[in-house]
Design a protein around this ligand. Structure first.
Ligand SMILES: Cc1cc2nc3c(=O)[nH]c(=O)nc-3n(C[C@H](O)[C@H](O)[C@H](O)COP(=O)(O)O)c2cc1C
Length: 361
């Protein structure tokens, strides 16, 4: 096995100590939608990664669709994130926040008073959503956003990006994957609009592009990346005949803005259809910034893909849950602990901050 994973790399204007990224993972420990000391300990323990990307974090009260996910729009949330970013920096790491607006993937029972479930079109997401008060509930039909709603949401993304930098984050990842609000605009399964925000490729990518432009204006394109999941089926997304062309068109627009990276999700390791090798290669060829690979990697496959130039960095998700010292274990080849899926989203430290580091060799 080669050791490319452990070599430094520039991402935007940042120097990362290695090419290992901790993938964004919702862990639902943010009681009251506020970051806290438990989260500080969790992230600081994983600061050996070249870059940590936080759990999905809402830019808006409307985007807090899941129970106990954090936001980064209020003063209290910014104050809560500061010790988290400081802890990671003290431990020698770098940390981006992932901005996730859940859109139609939510339930009013999870939202603060006055917030709304909104989406491009009034089409409910399939399935159910967990609420702490009433257990599983069907996804409601969202309110179709009007021009003012769309302008407000774009503004919320930009303002939250600015607040994220104020909270000490090194940058921001826009969550354009997995069926959340940005993806809801991209995908014909959730976007049935016939105005300038839906229909043609150029119309469907407009929301993603406008959010990226506004985010870049707020914090600089070099501190901004985007996550995408072509052909993903999570949260009711569905492929269509124009999908590959749409993602390539989106890459052109993101090139013009100068984003630092694109982070491509392939969830075939979790049962989703595989993203075609041809599309991944085409995105890699089209996009001028860095390319982060993700989905079902171990160190050997990561090194092989980096050496084959399929990407520049590799994100690891589930392995980081159970192995706070993942980077050290990858270096030494020590066995990895297996995460307990039963505690992925439960409150408290069990299955969160109580995974041991391996005994020093
Ligand atoms: C518990 C859990 C929570 C997740 N939450 C998010 C999230 O908030 N944002 C996101 O983009 N992906 C999320 N994902 C997907 C991961 O980032 C990653 O793409 C996925 O786990 C596949 O990578 P892996 O095989 O290395 O785990 C989540 C995955 C898990 C297991």
């Amino acid at each position: 096995m080669t050791q490319t994973l452990f070599t430094p790399i520039k991402l935007g204007d940042l120097e990362l100590k290695n090419r290992i990224v901790m993938a964004p993972m919702t862990r639902s420990r943010a009681i009251g939608n506020l970051p806290n000391a438990l989260m500080q300990a969790y992230y600081a323990a994983r600061a050996d990664a070249g870059l940590i990307i936080t759990e999905g974090t809402s830019p808006s009260p409307d985007g807090l669709g899941y129970a106990r996910i954090p936001g980064v729009y209020s003063d209290a949330q910014v104050a809560g994130w500061k010790p988290v970013t400081e802890g990671v920096h003290r431990a020698g790491g770098r940390i981006f926040v992932q901005l996730m607006h859940t859109g139609r993937v939510g339930h009013p029972g999870n939202l603060p008073a006055g917030a709304r479930i909104v989406a491009p079109s009034a089409i409910a997401a399939p399935g159910e959503m967990w609420t702490d008060a009433k257990g599983q509930q069907p996804h409601p039909v969202p309110a179709a956003m009007d021009e003012a709603d769309i302008a407000r949401a774009i503004g919320e993304f930009a303002e939250s990006a600015r607040r994220a930098i104020e909270a000490g984050f090194d940058g921001v990842e826009l969550h354009g994957a997995n069926g959340y609000l940005i993806d809801q605009f991209l995908n014909t399964a959730s976007n049935a609009r016939t105005d300038r925000w839906g229909g043609t490729i150029d119309h469907r990518i407009r929301f993603a592009v406008e959010v990226a432009k506004a985010g870049a204006a707020a914090i600089g394109a070099q501190r901004l990346g985007v996550r995408i999941s072509p052909h993903g089926v999570f949260n009711g997304m569905a492929p269509d005949a124009e999908m590959d062309a749409m993602y390539l068109r989106l890459m052109d627009e993101l090139n013009a803005i100068g984003l630092a990276y694109v982070h491509v999700v392939d969830h075939s390791s979790m049962g989703a259809p595989e993203v075609s090798v041809a599309l991944k290669a085409a995105i890699r060829g089209a996009f001028r910034g860095r390319y982060i690979l993700s989905g079902g990697f171990d160190a050997a496959r990561a090194n092989a893909d980096l050496d084959a130039k399929r990407g520049d960095l590799v994100a690891f998700g589930r392995p980081f849950i159970a192995n706070p010292d993942l980077v050290r274990r990858q270096r030494t080849g020590e066995a990895l602990a297996v995460p307990d899926a039963g505690t992925f989203y439960t409150p408290g430290e069990r299955g969160y901050t109580d995974y041991p580091v391996a005994a020093a060799a």
